[in-house]
Design a protein around this ligand. Structure first.
Ligand SMILES: [Zn+2]
Length: 216
């Protein structure tokens, strides 16, 4: 089974990807990891990618496609993938269709996490890390209190680079770029939409139900 995950930043997609990988013994594929891996192995392609990224340019779809083909042609990953953050545009999605067919596999479903922008903003802006013990809290959803945390509140810090404007912009950009891809999978009857505003466990229960229905 190959699964594709979509969700805006702050939707909890990464956490669920890890849950799925663990529970169903699959492999997570993210293009960021593939690129970093190639760079660290210092291959010709890796050096090329490094130069592109250092110039601040985007890695071409062609390079991404080559990296994805390498995975799909590898027997050890046969029909056992969770794509996280890929495909990123319609061209990549269509290329993935071709590769999937070429290597005689199938996309089982594309799961999209729908989360309202108000919740995304609170999840990201409310995030607090304790600099003393490393625990992570959220002032709106999981505030630090005397029961769950013993350090003084002065140790709680937020990431300074996030502000509401930037988060909303990222969210809008995600929707604009992703809608055509979601429509693509809808046409193929592969799209499953999940309300991402409930808790981590509840969302994962929904995912389990979807996957069970695929295996049935
Ligand atoms: Zn602490």
């Amino acid at each position: 089974m190959n699964i594709i995950l979509f969700g805006p930043p702050g939707a909890g997609k990464g956490t669920q990807a890890d849950n799925i990988v663990k529970s169903f013994d699959l492999h997570k594929i993210s293009t960021g990891d593939l690129l970093r891996d190639e760079i660290s192995r210092k291959t010709n392609l890796g050096n090329q990618i490094k130069t592109i990224i250092e110039k601040g340019s985007f890695v071409s779809d062609e390079i991404i496609n080559d990296l994805i083909e390498r995975i799909l042609s590898d027997k050890k990953y046969y029909n056992r993938l969770v794509f996280d953050g890929y495909p990123r545009n319609l061209q990549q999605a269509k290329n993935l269709d071709l590769l999937i067919e070429k290597y005689n596999q199938k996309i089982s479903c594309a799961i999209s996490f729908n989360v309202e922008k108000e919740i995304v903003v609170k999840r990201i802006l409310g995030r607090q890390t304790c600099t003393k013990c490393g625990l992570i809290f959220n002032q709106y959803f999981k505030p630090s209190n005397s029961k769950n945390h013993s350090c003084d509140s002065k140790y709680l810090v937020k990431r300074p680079d996030d502000n509401e404007q930037i988060i909303l912009k990222r969210y809008e950009t995600y929707l604009d770029k992703t809608l055509p891809i979601l429509n693509h999978y809808k046409r193929l009857n592969l799209l499953q939409e999940i309300e991402g505003k409930t808790g981590i466990d509840q969302i994962f229960a929904e995912i389990r139900a979807i996957i069970a229905s695929l295996e049935a």
